[in-house]
Write a protein that binds this ligand. Structure first.
Ligand code: NAG
Ligand code: NAG
Ligand code: NAG
Length: 760
């Protein structure tokens, strides 16, 4: 009796010890224990031992794979600002590229990561379908979150990152500084508020669905998705370093899969891949999220039908070190009749200027301002993301309970610090060199500027005089900027208010062994590689349980143009000329992030680093707003709002473009956020009509045109490219408008709908 009890007790304790080892995630040790320690020679396993051994063996793969639990939340909301009569942001063409409608709505996609047991340890990574994360928007988001009360108090300047997809096809007008405002008709409240409200809504949605889950990191190559557009500068980097990486761009995508713990379903993905949002050319006038907007739309649409996906799945395609990376993968060509490649060093053509040198996307032959190329580059990113999601087996789980963030502001004017070689270096007030005005092969610039070593006698003197009249750089600034021949001394221009940022956001996030650099600039390929490598090396001192994984997201938080390596800076192509704070900009960012790595250690508390100097707040009433408000809308006599002016045909073959024109009103009267201007409706078997396409759809476009400026008359064209996989059936188009009543200024909604047509 007693002997039996002792024996049982012994088995139970051994069993418990074994189970503890399994639970502690030590499968190998547990197996050894089970095989060598538990049995008394000769081993005749008891049923308990067999069962435990089975647990160990079954647990092996699960323990090896299953990462730790985090709080995860995803949310998406509409941030589409005014789609007409406002310049688009990115190419800086000002009134030469003004919005004329909408191809695809813009979104804020919010990803919240949190530690399960310390509620203050959270980070919020926002992927915004805009050109750049911006100071004015960031301020607005933080202020609005404060108004939401204590439940949202843990989301603040420390842990919110605004990372832009860098689409060059979104409305401008949300910038804090004068230089970008000059080509944006100043600051536009409607544009700014659309981003702020949508971003806050996306954070609220992510917060509301926060739940426990796991995060896996996967990687793959994106096939032919990008190309180096500044090879001459890239070649200035040491040969050995270039050889170590092989490619002149980062071709890989890193992707996080977020799965909820309750049933293992995928709630969202967040990935990083470097490629400019310049598939659509600077002649495009329809608002869209460019190639990353396409990629996100394709993946979200695809995953919505996947049984392994939770409802509300959100796909974030974050930008990375895209400074010198173009989506125009066919290379850079002269559109001057010669059809020759542009020169490598200066990107010039026959006439000696860069004006006719254009990058060509994969569907350049379509001659459609990059529409088909944009879809294709988006599709290539979508395919890569899908591949990572599907090949779960090769991914690495995030482990450890640590979720941390730090943020501080740094004044870059004459910040002095040790360079890698031990000598002392410094950064400078912001300045743009001559090649800045040459633009890039993704969007050539003005006048006769050429890329690289500019400033010679052949430059348009008007520009030089204009620039000098605005501000002559100080001697200290000239010396500091070194080889840069200063065109616009923006960092020393404060009249009527600051032209550009000198005070920048320095921020990093950590989730498990993943470290995210939140870069306030467009970092070049090699610049990003050096920065990530330095941070990884530093992170090894605080992350011990796994190899640190480092990603870089940008342009984020405050726009500071570019960040090249010092060697690339010396070449002074567009990217080097746009590296605001001088040759040591990258080294300074590395210094500032690496020095602060301790703030991401498990014991650090959020907000432990000094806040630093606040950037100026140039929002109203400081900034000018030059966009003229809508005065009123009228239909011409004998017409009514929403009336179909040009009806669609009665029959279309699948693949054709269906079009209709309506009597319209200015879409700035109501942004219709979270709603739509255009819709395709399909007749259902029961005779009712259901909406099957709306503004979120790439293939449905909404174009607005003013026809009578005095009377306030305008028309709207809705076009649907049915080559998007449309099914045969009976359809009609609907337009949702809002007119401004003269006198009262009231905004009154109206609708227009076409007769039905057959698609076959
Ligand atoms: C960064 O620069 C500061 C001086 O400004 C220096 O004290 C610090 O050691 C540097 N950090 C690193 C990691 O180089
Ligand atoms: C637009 O269409 C998508 C896809 O069908 C749908 O998920 C979304 O809710 C629609 N949006 C609006 C505002 O109707
Ligand atoms: C990998 C890569 O991007 N290579 C390209 C860099 O730029 C040069 C010149 O434009 C191209 O010829 C390369 O294909």
């Amino acid at each position: 009796m007693l002997g039996y009890q002792a024996n049982t007790w012994r088995r139970v304790t051994r069993g418990l010890a074994l189970l503890a080892l399994v639970l502690l995630g030590l499968p190998a040790a547990a197996t050894a224990f089970a095989v060598f320690v538990v049995p008394q020679q000769p081993w005749r396993p008891t049923r308990i031992q067999l069962a435990l051994l089975a647990v160990v063996l079954l647990g092996l793969p699960a323990t090896a794979k299953g990462g730790d639990k985090y709080l995860i939340g995803v949310g998406k909301a509409d941030i589409t600002g005014p789609v007409v009569e406002l310049p688009l942001a990115g190419y800086a063409k000002g009134l030469d590229q003004v919005g004329g409608g909408l191809r695809q709505r813009l979104y804020s996609r919010a990803f919240i990561f949190g530690a399960t047991d310390t509620p203050q340890d959270r980070v919020v990574y926002l992927v915004l379908d805009v050109a750049m994360g911006e100071t004015a928007v960031r301020r607005g988001i933080i202020e609005e979150l404060e108004k939401l009360g204590p439940e949202y108090a843990m989301y603040n300047s420390q842990n919110i990152a605004l990372v832009a997809t860098h689409s060059h096809s979104g409305p401008a007008g949300y910038h804090n500084y004068l230089l970008p405002q000059i080509v944006s008709l100043g600051l536009n409240e409607q544009s700014l508020d659309a981003q702020i409200e949508g971003a806050v809504l996306s954070i609220q949605r992510a917060h509301e669905n926060l739940q426990e889950g796991t995060i896996e990191v996967g990687r793959t190559e994106v096939k032919n998705g990008n190309i180096n557009r500044s090879m001459f500068a890239y070649l200035a980097n040491p040969a050995a370093e270039r050889q170590a990486y092989g490619s002149a761009t980062d071709t890989g995508m890193t992707l996080l899969s977020l799965r909820r713990a309750s049933d293992g379903k995928l709630v969202g993905v967040l990935n990083w891949y470097a490629v400019h949002g310049t598939s659509l050319s600077n002649k495009n006038t329809l608002v869209s999220g460019d190639n990353k907007g396409v990629a996100a739309w394709l993946l979200e649409r695809d995953m919505a039908n996947d049984p392994g996906t939770a409802p509300g799945f959100v796909a974030g395609f974050s930008q990375a070190n895209e400074g010198d990376v173009s989506p125009n993968v066919l290379g850079q060509w002269c559109d001057d009749g010669s059809d020759r490649p542009c020169t490598l060093d200066k990107s010039t053509c026959e006439d000696g200027t860069a004006r006719k040198c254009n990058g060509r996307g994969p569907r350049h032959a379509a001659g459609d301002n990059g529409v088909e190329s944009c879809f294709e580059i988006g599709r290539r990113q979508y395919v890569a993301a899908k591949e990572i999601v599907s090949a779960q087996s090769s991914s690495t789980p995030l482990i450890g309970q640590t979720v941390k963030a730090f943020h501080f502001f740094k004044d870059m004017r004459y910040f002095s610090f040790p360079l890698p070689d031990g000598s002392l270096g410094e950064t400078c007030p912001g300045a743009l060199g001559y090649s800045f005005a040459a633009g890039t092969t993704d969007g050539p610039g003005v006048a006769d500027f050429v890329q690289s070593h500019s400033g010679g006698a052949n430059h348009n003197p008007v520009w030089r005089i204009a620039a000098k009249a605005i501000k002559k750089p100080t001697d200290r600034q000239k010396k500091c900027q070194g080889v840069k021949n200063i065109l616009l001394d923006v960092g020393e221009m404060e009249w009527p208010y600051a032209w550009s940022a000198n005070i920048v956001d320095i921020q990093m996030f950590r989730v498990g062994q993943l470290v995210m650099i939140i870069a306030p600039a467009e970092v070049t390929t090699m610049g990003g590689r050096r920065w990530r490598a330095a941070v990884k090396h530093a992170a090894e001192s605080i992350i011990h349980d796994a190899e640190p994984i480092v990603v870089l997201g940008g342009p984020s938080n405050s726009y500071t143009h570019y960040c090249t390596t010092p060697e690339e800076y010396d070449i002074q192509r567009y990217e080097g000329a746009s590296t605001l704070f001088g040759r040591n900009t990258l080294s300074a960012y590395i210094n500032l992030t690496v020095s602060s790595i301790g703030a991401l250690s498990p014991t650090a508390s959020m907000g432990s680093l000094p806040h630093g100097p606040s950037p100026p707040d140039n929002r109203a009433p400081v900034s000018l707003s030059l966009a003229v408000p809508v005065v009123y809308d009228h239909a011409p006599l004998g017409k009514v709002m929403g009336q179909v002016l040009v009806p669609p045909n009665e029959v279309y073959a699948i693949g054709n473009v269906v079009k209709a024109t309506f009597q319209g009103a200015n879409p700035r009267n109501n942004l219709r956020l979270e709603r739509t201007f255009a819709a395709v409706e399909k007749k259902q078997p029961d005779g009712s009509w259901a909406q099957v396409r709306n503004d979120s759809d790439w293939f449905l476009t909404f174009t607005w045109k003013r026809t009578d400026i005095i009377w306030g008359a305008s028309i709207v064209e809705i076009a649907w490219d049915t080559g998007d996989g449309a099914e045969p059936g009976r359809y009609r188009l609907r337009y949702y408008g809002d007119r401004k009543v003269s006198g009262s200024g009231r905004i009154v909604p109206f609708e227009g709908v076409t007769e039905s047509f057959n698609l076959m």
